[in-house]
Design a protein around this ligand. Structure first.
Ligand code: ADP
Ligand code: ASP
Ligand code: MG
Length: 483
């Protein structure tokens, strides 16, 4: 029988310091004894944020502060290398490789400071440095464990479009490149350790897949190599019923469908990048979420269909850092095409509309965009409706940034009566005011808007209402609650 091929991705905390890197390398070593394995690694935790910060400081002309940020990172990486690699010659080689990446970073920041300009292309290059630093360290740690390994930059493998900061793969080209480059390594029993998060255009210009995009890198490579499974190693025991930082009783979900996991990711569950499952949806490759700090736990298996249990609530999530924009006033009933004009305006400014809600009287149209998109959206709307505001047909165009979206997720929830009612009664009991409810009914989620300050209370109330913290008794399953 053919040996299995696994793609294993390690997130920032799983490569956060020398000890974590060693633990992750041990997981890769153990997997390499059972079959072929490709590692995909994130930057050490916090590094991408610090690199972006350095680039922004450089743009503001502050060369020294950008330089200081880079030297702190240099220190962090060099002490990890010191702790990881015993052999002097090997350590010197690895340090020299990292040194030249830091020099590249310095040159990029100097150029940015000189021009006072940070283009999306340069920002991608600066933010990619963290993964380019961590991949050789993990490969070095594997060699220390006696496993042959080679660090590979994903710019050689993942061919993307030119959308800097959120690129998508061109799968045919990616497949060609990945099999040509990685196939011979795997055949020779070498474990490639690939940089997550990045790719390159056909012309070789570096791109990034978006923040948190290493999960996506792993499934892109999994699909390109026809892997048997993709395992995403992180710092929690799998996909939980809610963010454990917000709901103390959150529990691991043993199996979940692609669709449910995608909804959770889209609605803010950081455990998975929202595009992760796109890459494997055609091939149906299972994706596991597991804890690199507790590898004895099975984690969550994400499969095309999940574990069907007749529909019901499976998990909760919240999106923070968003703004509610309202276009309203009694007069808008008479304004022609107010809905159309509102959303063609949001499209023009490329605002990412996360949720839309409209009262039936048409007095108000409200929708939610990320905080970063709010200012330009409101400005564009005020311009679009300037004449209507002047004639008092549109009374107000307002923005409220103190809100959050909460989503209740589960496959086929529409088929289960009473779930929305139960959600809102539970919130009412806790005095959580629901500001808006999403228009229409998605089959797999109910989403609504609450004050940012109420998010934790709202999640806890719904978590308790649907018994998500404890194994569901049979009677509860019959009424549509599942686990
Ligand atoms: P990594 O660095 O490994 O990619 P992330 O920080 O991106 O890890 O994602 C893992 C984090 O996602 C967890 O530490 C947890 O706080 C958060 N999280 C949010 N919602 C969920 C959820 N439903 N299940 C599991 N983790 C969640
Ligand atoms: N290091 C990148 C980020 O912080 C990608 C990732 O961790 O998935 O966004
Ligand atoms: Mg992540």
């Amino acid at each position: 029988m053919k040996k299995p091929l696994r793609v294993m991705k390690f997130g920032g905390t799983s490569v956060g310091d020398a000890e974590c890197i060693r633990r992750s390398a041990q997981i890769l070593r153990d997997a390499s004894r059972e079959g072929a394995v490709v590692g995909v690694v994130s930057a050490m935790s916090g590094v991408t944020n610090r690199l972006i910060d350095a680039a922004i400081r450089a743009e503001a002309g502050s060369r020294d502060r950008a330089g200081a940020a880079l030297s702190a990172l240099r220190q962090q990486h060099s002490s990890a290398v010191q702790a990881l690699i015993g052999d002097d010659a090997k350590r010197a080689r690895l340090s020299a490789a990292l040194q030249s990446i830091f020099e590249e970073g310095e040159r990029l920041c100097e150029g940015t400071a000189l021009l006072h300009e940070l283009t999306p292309r340069t920002l991608d290059m600066v933010s990619s440095l963290g993964e380019r630093l961590s991949a050789p360290m993990v490969a070095g740690a594997l060699e220390e464990l006696g496993v042959r390994s080679e660090a590979v930059e994903a710019t050689e493998l993942i061919v993307t479009d030119t959308c800097h900061g959120g690129a998508d793969p061109l799968m045919d080209r990616t497949r060609e490149r990945s099999t040509t480059r990685l196939g011979p390594l795997l055949e020779a029993g070498v474990v490639p350790v690939v940089t997550g998060f990045i790719g390159a255009t056909e012309d070789g210009v570096l791109t990034t897949l978006g923040r948190g995009g290493s999960d996506y890198s792993a499934t892109i490579l999994g699909a390109a190599l026809d892997a048997d499974e993709v395992i995403i190693w992180t710092d929690v025991d799998g996909v939980l019923t809610a963010d454990p930082r917000l709901v103390s009783g959150a529990r691991t979900i043993p199996e979940i469908s692609y669709r449910e996991a995608s909804e959770l990711a889209y609605f803010g569950a950081k455990v998975l990048h929202p595009k992760t499952l796109r890459a494997v949806s055609e091939a149906g490759i299972p994706v596991w979420i597991r804890n690199s700090f507790a590898p004895e736990h099975a984690g969550t298996k994400i499969t095309p269909r999940g574990r069907s249990n007749g529909g019901g609530v499976k998990a909760l999530t919240a999106i923070r850092g968003v703004a509610l924009i309202t276009v309203g006033g009694p007069g808008i009933v008479g304004v022609t095409d107010v809905v159309g004009r509102t959303f063609s305006t949001t499209a023009e400014v490329r605002a990412n509309v996360l949720l839309i809600s409209q009262s039936s009287s048409q007095n108000d149209i409200c929708f939610i965009v990320p905080d970063a998109d709010a200012k330009r959206t409101v400005e564009a709307l005020r311009k679009e409706f300037a004449a209507d505001v002047a004639h008092e047909k549109v009374e107000h165009i307002t923005v409220d940034t103190s809100i959050a979206i909460v989503a209740v997720i589960g496959e086929n929830m529409r088929g289960v009566p009473g779930l929305a009612g139960r959600t809102f009664i539970a919130l009412g009991r806790e005095n959580v005011n629901v500001i808006a409810i999403a228009q229409g009914s998605s089959e797999s989620n109910i989403s609504f808007v609450v004050a940012e300050a109420d998010v934790k209370k709202a999640l806890e109330a719904a978590h308790t209402e649907f018994g998500l913290g404890a194994p569901a008794p049979l009677s509860a399953q019959a009424s549509g609650v599942l686990q």
